[in-house]
Ligand binder design. Structure first.
Ligand SMILES: [Zn+2]
Length: 408
């Protein structure tokens, strides 16, 4: 099965769409480019003669490739349409580097470059075909590589007569801003289990993620001319700096890895009158996660007691997502099958915890197990994003193999 050229052509056509999502949007899709890309994919699904093709007004596209044998499970495949709000995705000019020789890769006219000195994974990619952007934008492999890989796998399953299970696909907007899944039509996606095709290097298989919450601490002060402030001024900024000292200094994103959790102060805004501190709370373990939330509640309570402020410090905690592991555990075949498929394709599975959340975590909360599989890409959300064509081919082969093995 030679699908390399078709896969590359698909990927390059998708990254021409500017689908950057926008923080702060009230409804989804947050940008029109995502809907345009969804319509393009919808056309391709029609050409492939898939069934139940539906595109909702919120830009969620679903379809079914029916099994060609009896009694098979239904497996879902998911990729997201949007690219990160952190880096421009407009006018992406991709460069294809064949047979990478090692060493620095100059992007575009060369003001930006990617070096193995900073990115040691490049050593593993010598001899491969790499795709990079020109230094002005991200590439969009996250997650258009996933879309191209799913579409290519569907087309292979259609062309060849490999016995395969039912495959349902879903392409969703606004994953990067955590908004798209709010409108996900679960009733149009009845699956036994599913996979997001949204991971990094070849072999990655992820089925545990953080429990996540956000917290906002509001501190009120009282401003008065500095000349007559003695005994009267309450400086919310000073109080905020003091409050921040209650957190364990080693439990931050920059000092943790693997399954270690953290508190992350990511926004500090205000003046003497009022300060808002915005935190992310993350932990893999649910008990630890709850303990972190309790820690914050107690810290605020104690601070209020110590300071005796008339206007108390306020705390607001909101849950964001849950670790998908509890749901995945109930469907062990989701992991076993992906593992087996990779091995049969000559790939060593690389089980990793996700230090973030995914659309799969949202689905897991609704009861659908949804681990994450590699795309072959690196350095997502950055001008240094890149992907190898061989890695993408591995993803396609893995998807086809999963569909095939699910029959047995
Ligand atoms: Zn992604």
């Amino acid at each position: 099965m030679d699908f390399r050229d078709a896969l590359l052509a698909r990927f390059l056509s998708y990254i021409e769409f500017d689908t950057q999502s926008k923080i702060g949007a009230k409804s989804s899709p947050s940008t029109q480019g995502q809907l345009k890309l969804a319509k393009q994919i919808e056309q391709e699904l029609r050409i492939l003669e898939l069934e139940d093709i539906k595109l909702t007004k919120h830009g969620i596209l679903t379809a079914l490739l029916p099994a060609n044998v009896e009694n098979t499970p239904t497996i879902g495949l998911i990729a997201h349409l949007d690219t990160s709000p952190e880096c421009s995705g407009k006018n992406v000019r991709a460069e294809v580097i064949e047979n990478y020789r090692g060493g620095d890769i100059a992007l575009g006219i060369g003001e930006e470059f990617i070096s193995p000195v900073f990115y040691s994974f490049l050593h593993k990619l010598v001899g491969k075909t790499l795709i990079v952007a020109d230094g002005n934008t991200l590439l969009g492999a996250d997650n258009k590589a996933g879309i191209a890989e799913i579409l290519t796998a569907l087309s292979l399953l259609k062309q060849t007569n490999i016995p395969h299970c039912h495959i349902r696909v879903a392409f969703t907007p606004d994953e990067e801003i955590g908004l798209g899944m709010n409108y996900f039509p679960m009733e149009d996606f009845p699956c036994d289990w599913a996979y997001t095709i949204d991971g990094g290097e070849v072999g990655e298989l992820e089925y545990e993620n953080f429990n996540g919450a956000s917290a906002k601490v509001t501190i009120h002060g009282r401003n008065i001319h500095t000349g007559s402030a003695k005994g009267k001024m309450i400086n919310a900024l000073t109080l905020a700096c003091e409050f921040q000292q209650v957190f364990p200094v080693d439990e931050t994103p920059e000092k943790t890895e693997g399954k270690e959790g953290f508190f992350h102060l990511h926004r500090f805004v205000g003046d003497v009158e009022k300060v808002e501190l915005h935190y992310l709370i993350r932990d893999f373990d649910e008990t630890q996660f709850n303990a972190r939330k309790t820690f914050m509640e107690k810290a605020v309570k104690r601070f209020n007691q110590q300071k005796g402020l008339r206007q108390k410090v306020e705390l607001e905690i909101k849950d964001s997502y849950k670790n998908m592991y509890a749901t995945v555990q109930k469907v062990p075949q989701a992991i076993q099958l992906a593992d087996l498929a990779m091995r049969e394709c000559g790939i060593d599975p690389l089980h990793k915890p996700i230090r973030g959340g995914t659309d799969g975590a949202w689905l897991a909360e609704k009861g659908l197990a949804c681990p994450n599989i590699f795309t072959g890409g690196y350095n997502f959300h950055s001008k240094h994003e890149l992907i190898s064509l061989e890695g993408m081919e591995c993803a396609v082969k893995t998807i086809v193999k999963i569909a095939e093995l699910a029959v047995k």
